[in-house]
Design a protein around this ligand. Structure first.
Ligand code: GDP
Ligand code: ZN
Length: 295
């Protein structure tokens, strides 16, 4: 019996890497089908070596979490790429992504890209946003894949972790990955001509090695609706509100119309950013109406 991590799933095979970086092409066992679980990229597994580089997965370790798109288990962090410009930085969209990531219980890291395109004044504005998010407790990095500014400082964040990149298209996710690993040369901007790319099933995922880290080859959080979030869970997806809500007078306070609400008090005193609170209210309304909106 050997232990390893699934780094790729393709056509019914799972590619398992052991601690010596050796890769085995494995089948899952029938027992998984009966139990209605199937191995996922990112899973830590026990496998039996059948032949030189082939094996059978016999056990899946309990998962810390799992994403559906891309189908990856044990995701340590989501690298949320947001452009500072082209397209313009959108706190509303950022908060939407953050809520979805928080709800999954995964750590987000915010990368604000394309800072080479900013004027001094625009850069100051972005730094202001960055400081506000850092105040909440988020890690925020400003970088440019064009000039490489900030790229080396970002690299250590990927070490020994499984990461999924997320963010609107065109924000520079592929460019950032290329800047980190010149061997990758992912297609940027233009529509990928890679055979069958985009037509892959959700099971068809690969983890790429960047330094000692693993990064999913497809971005996550492509649907941005809140269909899985209940109204009473939303405030917990805003760390600063979650913290403040301990002092609300009423249990189950939704921080809208209630009196003696500690969240609203902190919004009034400026300790909680007004726009974060306004977006919370907007998302809450959306959840109550259950009509997904896409910005
Ligand atoms: P993705 O859709 O998120 O993968 O975005 P891409 O990496 O394909 O980038 C979209 C466009 O933005 C491309 O034309 C890139 O050349 C450009 N781009 C990406 N990062 C930067 C950056 O840091 N600075 C500048 N000036 N352009 C960038
Ligand atoms: Zn409250």
């Amino acid at each position: 019996m050997a232990k390893g991590k699934i780094i790729k799933a393709l056509s019914g095979f799972y590619y398992v890497q052991d601690e010596h970086e050796q890769i085995y092409q494995c089948r899952g066992r029938g027992i998984f089908r009966n139990r209605k679980v199937s191995p996922l990229v990112g899973d830590s597994v026990v496998f039996q070596i059948d032949q030189r580089n082939e094996g059978t997965i016999t056990e899946i370790d309990p998962r810390a979490n799992e994403l559906v798109r891309p189908a990856v288990a044990n995701v340590d962090q989501v690298i949320l790429v947001f452009s500072s410009i082209e397209p313009d930085f959108s706190p509303l969209l950022l908060n939407r992504f953050l809520v979805l990531i928080e709800h999954k219980g995964i750590e987000p890291i915010i990368c604000i890209s394309k800072i080479d395109l900013l004027t001094e004044k625009q850069l100051d504005e972005i730094k202001q946003f960055s400081a506000e998010y850092q105040q909440i407790g988020y890690q925020v990095l400003l970088l440019s894949s064009e000039t490489n500014r900030g790229v080396e400082a970002f690299r250590p964040y990927l070490e020994d972790k499984i990461s999924v990149f997320a963010g609107q298209s065109g924000v520079g996710k592929s460019s950032l990955l290329n800047a980190l690993n010149t061997n990758l040369s992912l297609e940027t901007a233009s529509i990928s001509t890679h055979l069958g790319r985009g037509k892959h099933t959700t099971r068809h995922v690969e983890l790429m090695e960047i330094g000692n880290g693993l990064v999913a080859d497809t971005p996550g959080f492509s649907t941005l609706d809140f269909s899985e979030i209940e109204s009473d869970e939303l405030a917990d997806c805003f760390p600063e509100m979650s913290k403040a809500s301990a002092d609300c007078k009423f249990r189950g306070c939704l921080h809208v119309k209630e009196s003696f609400c500690a969240v609203k008090e902190k919004v009034e005193s400026g300790e909680i950013c007004l726009y974060r609170y306004q977006h919370y209210c907007q998302f809450l309304e959306e959840i109550i109406e259950r009509k997904p909106r896409y910005r």
